[in-house]
Design a protein around this ligand. Structure first.
Ligand SMILES: Cc1cc2nc3c(=O)[nH]c(=O)nc-3n(C[C@H](O)[C@H](O)[C@H](O)COP(=O)(O)OP(=O)(O)OC[C@H]3O[C@@H](n4cnc5c(N)ncnc54)[C@H](O)[C@@H]3O)c2cc1C
Length: 447
């Protein structure tokens, strides 16, 4: 295949997508609003590190870049819960040892993808070029540089990988009448640093776990970084939460009461808390995602979700895989490829958006419930006995490529089964596993 494709946004989705397109023989030119993060130091922006899981890895493997990326990851085998007294409770993620997720630095991952894209010789990236407008009729995208000078670029195909506040999407909304909604969660987030230990220079906590301080209405989490630090993130309501933490004593007092064991590990708590922005969490949905055979939205630009399943990037990477498959099938017919991509991905993006919202309650609250542990063990037991039909919902999302929409549907049935089986049981021994087997066979179709 040949021709030139223009992308807006060289973030995670744009840089990976350019690798897929280059592999197909296209020339790719990407316009990115920010500076080149490999040459100038910039903050990683939102979420300094991310959880990379199976779906993302499959896409990275497909372009042959995973061995290089794997070196940047730290496996996390499960959740390590911190209670108010500082007691720890480890809950593994999967039944088998390979079922882990990986912490990775957003900046390092993005930089590696950019370099790999440029190394193909087919991808050029124009930094400090902010897309301000796309004229759908004239097929011209306008970019503004730092000194406000404007460049107009003619395109045949333009793909908006410019994230949740997409300028490409804005133009589609205004000129092509696409439907768009943005739901802002009434909780936000703040990132804090747990540096390496002063003396040993090593990690201050178990590095192979995702740490959670679940407190019902809110939570603190921490993911490990390669430099032996952790990035901690507080998720909290804006009202009667962040709006009350506006002075150093208020911040310290809150952490002292709610997350006392974290306090000695966050030396710059007040300074960081009061100087860093409070992030917003939004769910973006729009439809359609394309305009004729010319413009497409992909990644967060099409479907930003809240981060509680750690799937936004993984889903965006799966998008790249899907578009690549549709290009193969459509043999270069862009309109067909765009439409089939949308058909494949939209229902799945909607499903993971819902699942991610649900998982916030699980992470901040349900994980503390003894019934939750019983259900986890029952899930693994059912998976062991009936693996062809029953896979825990968390595992289907994190360790499989089962379409998210199917996961949602199956997950609802599985939840009903688990609730029914554990209604009168406190331990696994009290669960009638034969009855459970019958229920699974009856209610769940074969994969
Ligand atoms: C707190 C938090 C934690 C998260 N944790 C996880 C996680 O653990 N696992 C996971 O899978 N996902 C996670 N996510 C989601 C993940 O960050 C996103 O889904 C992912 O970044 C989407 O990639 P993208 O390329 O579509 O968008 P982005 O990464 O936002 O990239 C968009 C790019 O476009 C550029 N751009 C924007 N506007 C313009 C413009 N007008 N002109 C030119 N360029 C432009 C931006 O500078 C950026 O480089 C998290 C998100 C948040 C907020």
């Amino acid at each position: 295949m040949s021709g030139k494709i223009h992308l807006v946004g060289a973030g995670l989705a744009g840089s990976l997508l350019s690798l897929f397109l280059a592999r197909r023989g296209f020339e790719v030119e990407i316009f990115e609003r920010r500076v080149d993060m490999r040459r100038e130091s910039i903050s990683a922006g939102r979420s300094i590190n991310l959880a990379l899981a199976h779906r993302g890895i499959v896409a990275l493997r497909a372009v042959g870049i995973y061995p290089q990326i794997e070196r940047l990851t730290i496996p996390m085998k499960g959740r390590l819960l911190h209670d108010l007294q500082g007691n720890l409770n480890f809950q593994r993620y999967g039944k088998i040892d390979s079922e882990v997720i990986y912490s990775i630095s957003r900046g390092a991952l993005n930089a590696a993808l950019l370099s790999a894209a440029e190394a193909t010789g087919k991808v050029t990236i124009q930094f400090k070029q902010r897309c301000t407008h796309v004229d759908l009729k004239r097929k011209i995208a306008t970019f503004q540089s730092e000194n406000r000078s404007e460049t107009e670029v003619n395109y045949d195909q333009l793909i908006g990988t410019d994230g949740s506040a997409s300028a490409v999407r804005d133009s589609l909304v205004k000129q092509a009448g696409i439907q768009f909604s943005e739901d802002v969660l009434d909780h936000g987030y703040k990132e804090l640093t747990i540096p390496p230990d002063d003396f040993s220079k090593g990690f201050r906590m178990d590095k192979n776990a995702l740490h959670i301080w679940p407190r019902g209405e809110y939570m603190l989490i921490a993911l490990p970084n390669l430099d032996s630090s952790f990035t901690a993130t507080l998720f909290l309501p804006h009202k009667d939460g962040f709006d009350r933490l506006t002075t150093p004593p208020a911040v310290r007092g809150f952490f002292q009461n709610e997350f006392p064991d974290s306090l000695p590990m966050i030396p710059y708590l007040e300074e960081e808390f009061l100087s860093r922005p409070t992030g917003m969490l939004t769910t973006v949905r729009c439809s359609p995602w394309s305009h004729e055979d010319q413009v497409l939205l992909l990644g967060d630009a099409a479907h930003a979700i809240v981060p509680f399943h750690g799937q936004g990037m993984n889903c965006a990477f799966e998008d790249c895989l899907s578009l690549d498959a549709q290009l193969e099938k459509s043999n270069g017919d862009w309109r067909t490829a765009f439409q089939s991509f949308e058909k494949d991905r939209m229902r799945n993006a909607n499903a993971i958006a819902d699942l991610a919202l649900e998982n916030y309650v699980e992470m901040r609250d349900t994980v503390r419930d003894p019934k939750f542990h019983l259900k986890k063990h029952l899930e693994w037991s059912l998976e062991e006995r009936h693996g062809e039909r029953f896979i825990p919902r968390y595992s289907m999302i994190m360790f499989h490529s089962i379409p998210y929409a199917d996961v949602k549907e199956r997950g609802e049935i599985q939840t009903e089964i688990l609730n029914r089986l554990t209604a009168n049981a406190d331990t696994l021994e009290q669960v009638d596993l034969d009855a459970a087997g019958k229920l699974v066979q009856e209610r769940l179709k074969l994969f």
